[in-house]
Design a protein around this ligand. Structure first.
Ligand code: HEC
Length: 392
């Protein structure tokens, strides 16, 4: 099949696009973006040759690095065209967007989802899509959930099954079948297809708490009454979020003020009672960081279990176990109080399904302070890229 090289088009657009974004005023920047959009349309409508792939990758980088607005649609089209191109370099670009740009992870996963019609057995695509489950929303989520049903491989570990239920609960009712369809595919429940329509998300929630008793319930977090800061009240600030060096610097002060350093290390600051947050900005997107801070017990990290120690005297203490000597135990409460106990005084130790991280930590802060804290935690300046997340 002959491949049409859109050389004339590229030459023409290249002549039209030399303006440097940094110096362009708002109006011409809009024009440039519109021109790039038109170019994306022209390029992504055909079989891609090496030149086109090269150009699309360059456009993607331009759109991603310039803080331009309203480019999400074009960016999605670029990633989808690259993912579907069957070209190794193009695919590599999409996967590196997933790894290195957490804010675009949902978009990269959606592009891979579109490519499953062409590559329905690529397990690497499958893994990226499963890893995107904590971040995909709306149509992105529907595409990913539907694409995962095309694979024979199942992710039936509790955390992933729970995630699919949680995504489903956030979808409009008429799209929830994308979630229930995947749940049936992964868990094999219900066995009979004729019963599938009875299995609503509610039913899966009940089933989940019995099937996976060690996992937190598959329910969306509920805001305590009277809370000033919630996902809803902070949504507008999150939508218009722009980071800056000043915000990151202010974030350092907020980190201390809010007491995060009592449990978290970041760089050389803070204690190691909770996870190290140094490379958090590579691992998670701003929305996830805010969510984890607002609702600590919503996702529990099994490396930092909260326990209740009941003593033979009847007294009980709740907190995190900490290193101590051979015949003693130490427990640190959520307010940082450490107590040493003799092992012989201990009656039982019970695991708790709540985080030792207190909620409401953001309540004393202003909206600006919260956004500075997020800017700090999401910042990857000078932080080396860690090994990728433990995936499915
Ligand atoms: C009393 C100890 C404690 C304090 C104080 C604390 N955290 Fe945590 N945090 C934890 C623990 C423990 C976890 C692991 C989740 C769990 O409980 O299983 C965690 C998890 C997190 C996570 C998810 C980390 C990841 O790896 O994805 C974020 C983000 C976070 N904390 C942010 C904060 C911020 C911001 C503050 C300050 C406002 C703070 N924490 C204060 C103990 C604490």
């Amino acid at each position: 099949m002959p491949i049409h090289k859109p050389l004339v088009l590229i030459a023409l657009l290249a002549a039209l696009l030399p303006t440097c974004f940094a110096f362009a005023d708002a109006a011409s920047q809009e024009n440039d973006v519109a021109a790039l959009g038109a170019e994306v349309t022209a390029l992504s409508g055909q079989a891609l040759d090496d030149d086109a792939i090269h150009r699309l990758t360059a456009i993607d980088q331009t759109l991603a690095t310039e803080q331009v607005v309203n480019v999400a649609v074009d960016q999605q089209r670029v990633l989808t065209a690259l993912a579907k191109s069957q070209n190794a370099g193009a695919l590599e670009h999409v996967r590196s967007v997933f790894e290195n740009a957490p804010e675009r992870r949902g978009s990269a996963a959606r592009a891979l989802a579109a490519a499953t019609t062409i590559r329905p057995t690529d397990l690497q695509d499958w893994r990226y899509m499963v890893r995107s489950l904590p971040v995909v929303q709306g149509d992105e989520a529907v595409d990913v959930l539907s694409a995962l049903q095309r694979f024979r491989t199942r992710a039936n570990k509790g955390q992933w099954v729970r995630q699919v239920i949680l995504i489903g609960l956030q979808l409009p009712v008429n799209q929830q079948s994308a979630a229930t369809g995947l749940l049936r595919h992964w868990t094999g429940v219900p066995l009979k297809k004729s019963e599938a329509s009875e299995w609503t998300l509610e039913k899966y929630q009940q089933w989940f708490s019995q099937e996976y008793p060690d996992q937190p319930e598959a329910v969306l977090p509920v805001d305590l009454t009277g809370r000033k800061w919630t996902m809803v009240t902070l949504e507008p600030a999150l939508q218009t979020f722009r980071t800056s060096d000043t915000m990151v610097q202010q974030g350092e002060l907020v980190y201390q003020k809010a007491g995060c350093q009592k449990c978290h290390r970041r760089g050389k600051v803070g204690e190691a009672l909770g996870p190290d947050l140094t490379s958090l900005g590579w691992r998670r997107q701003r929305r996830e960081i805010l969510h984890a801070t607002l609702y600590p017990s919503h996702e529990l990290n099994e490396e930092y279990p909260t326990v209740t120690i009941v003593l033979k005297s009847g007294k009980s203490l709740t907190g995190m176990m900490s290193a101590s000597s051979a015949d003693a135990l130490a427990i640190v409460s959520s307010t940082g109080i450490r107590e040493e106990l003799s092992r012989t005084d201990v009656e039982t130790i019970v695991n708790q399904k709540i985080s030792n991280m207190p909620d409401g930590l953001l309540e004393p802060l202003s909206e600006d302070e919260i956004m500075s804290l997020i800017a700090l935690l999401a910042s990857t300046d000078g932080v080396p890229l860690p090994h990728s997340d433990a995936g499915p």
